[in-house]
Design a binder for this molecule. Structure first.
Ligand SMILES: Cc1cc2nc3c(=O)[nH]c(=O)nc-3n(C[C@H](O)[C@H](O)[C@H](O)COP(=O)(O)OP(=O)(O)OC[C@H]3O[C@@H](n4cnc5c(N)ncnc54)[C@H](O)[C@@H]3O)c2cc1C
Length: 463
């Protein structure tokens, strides 16, 4: 007889494990299937957490190497202990994945170890055993998109997973793809001493971000020493004794050239991962990009089967997956779980950081919405000056008639933390004036947010 649960969640990433915890909190009997040897999915094992550990360590290294003199601090010879840095990263990952294991025990969630596959619309198989449930949640996440002609070996030609494991700083790292993951990991190795070249098919980096922010971001990275080859595509990669030779062509056609690298990071995006799940045995439909098709409440075309996180449409972000997990668990117990897709922040954890919520200027133009723009630079903020971090600005977009906040974009120090205020404001339907009238502590970086909100009404004070 197959063991049965109220809910079986397939995948223990931030979507899956959070859904499992919330469902257990609400009194359901829950199991979560995970084929990895540790819980936490891409995010905790090979994504958000290890990348942020290395970003922090490399930022510390860079600061000690470059910024101490300005502060009147003399340091002796600085040496990089990469093995220790990597070990620390693994410790951080371990603490987080163990933390999820602890939460599973605390909430009496059964971890079914192994890969799940559907044998019908009402049953799955894991490690040779059959399980049934009233509700199945597919939360199998995503994988790196491959590129024709560029064979990943995770040594010379790596995905983000290999780029998190390098045991030497490459002399020249070529990043294929000017998106978030490529720029974050490019920053890690650049701060540790690598020359970094980013090759991007489009004529801009970070597609999806507000264009003006994107351009300013590229300028800041260029000032830091990044090289960009925009409007170019990589059509081949040859691993040689000394490194990799990439064949690079203009995206619009033209003569090919060779670019040499020690390490190549392939970071052109991620695709929804459903391999081995036997969705066809359950009759679950996917869309043209292989994502599980879902309705407004995460339901698939098969009653009792739901999907959340990277495996469905929408931004591939851990907190989006988590919020979907909570909303779905609440719906399964008769509550009104809901995700507001207009108020999902996104952050690029470079330095300075980039953060955004709501609409970009380009999206507002395309939708024919009249808007006001308020901008304020970090250069004019006392705290940013005191920190020595004056690159960037806050940009606020509000409705021209009602002043309702429509979008907020930040390039600057701690942008990822600053965006929380504007996300809250958007969630509560606030106007730019509401944000402008809130008292912000002095001297803090958050005053730049207030000033940008004031600027939307043409009355910034400190510029
Ligand atoms: C380098 C990198 C950095 C990132 N940084 C950030 C960041 O800073 N902030 C952010 O918001 N997002 C970040 N992301 C994206 C984030 O990791 C994902 O959006 C998030 O992990 C998606 O969660 P998920 O639960 O949908 O799937 P995942 O985290 O991908 O988890 C899916 C899990 O399902 C398991 N699985 C798959 N198939 C089966 C099966 N058949 N049976 C059993 N188990 C299965 C997989 O082993 C995996 O553990 C980053 C991603 C990468 C690669």
């Amino acid at each position: 007889m197959a063991e049965t649960f109220d809910v079986i969640v397939i995948g223990s990433g931030p979507g899956g494990y959070v859904c499992a915890i919330r469902a257990a909190q609400l009194g359901l009997k829950v199991a979560c299937v995970e084929k990895r040897t540790t819980l936490g999915g891409t995010c905790l094992n090979i994504g958000c957490i290890p990348s942020k550990a290395l970003l922090q360590s490399s930022e510390n290294f860079h600061q000690v190497s470059h910024s101490m003199k300005d502060h009147g601090i003399a340091v002796g010879e600085i040496k990089l202990d990469l093995a220790r840095m990597q070990a620390r990263k693994s410790e951080v990952v371990g603490a987080n994945t163990k933390g999820v294991e602890f939460l599973f025990k605390k909430n009496k969630i059964t971890w079914l170890k192994g890969a799940a596959k559907f044998t019908s619309a009402t049953e799955i198989e894991v490690a040779g055993a059959a399980y049934t449930a009233k509700h199945f949640v597919i939360a199998t996440g995503s994988e790196s998109v491959p590129l024709k002609g560029v064979t990943v070996d995770e040594k010379r030609i790596v995905t983000s997973t290999g780029a998190l494991e390098l045991d030497q700083v490459p002399a020249h790292l070529v990043v294929i793809g000017g998106g978030v993951i490529g720029l974050e990991l490019g920053s890690v190795w650049h701060r540790l001493g690598a020359a970094v070249t980013v090759i991007e098919f489009l004529d801009r980096i970070t597609p999806g971000l507000d264009n003006e922010i994107s351009k300013a971001f590229q300028q800041v990275l260029t000032k830091q020493g990044f090289a960009f080859k925009l409007g170019h595509k990589v059509t081949g990669a040859l691993v040689t004794e000394g490194g990799v030779e990439l064949t690079v062509e203009p995206a619009k056609g033209g003569a090919a050239e060779t670019v040499k690298a020690d390490i190549v990071l392939l970071a052109i995006g991620r695709y929804a991962y459903t391999e081995g799940l036997a969705l066809d045995a359950a009759g679950v439909e996917t869309d043209e990009r292989g994502r599980v098709k879902t309705g407004p409440h995460f339901e698939t075309n098969v009653p009792g089967i739901y999907a959340i996180g990277d495996v469905i449409a929408g931004p591939m972000l851990a907190h989006k997956a988590e919020d979907e997990g909570v909303a779905l668990a609440e719906r399964l117990t008769g509550q009104a779980g809901h995700v507001n897709y207009d108020a999902i922040p996104s952050v690029v954890y470079t330095w300075p950081e980039v953060a955004a919520v709501g609409k970009t200027e380009e999206e507002l133009k395309a939708a024919g919405i009249d808007y006001k723009v308020g901008k304020f630079p970090f250069m004019a903020n006392g705290r940013a000056r005191a920190m020595g971090d004056t690159d960037g600005f806050v940009k606020i977009l509000s409705d021209k008639t009602t002043d309702k906040l429509l979008g907020a974009h930040i390039l600057g120090p701690d942008a990822g933390t600053l965006i929380a205020e504007l996300t809250t404001a958007i969630e509560f339907g606030a106007s730019a004036e509401d944000v402008a009238r809130i008292c912000h502590a002095h001297p803090t970086l958050s005053e730049v947010v207030k000033e940008a909100a004031l600027a939307a009404d043409g009355r910034a004070l400190h510029i």
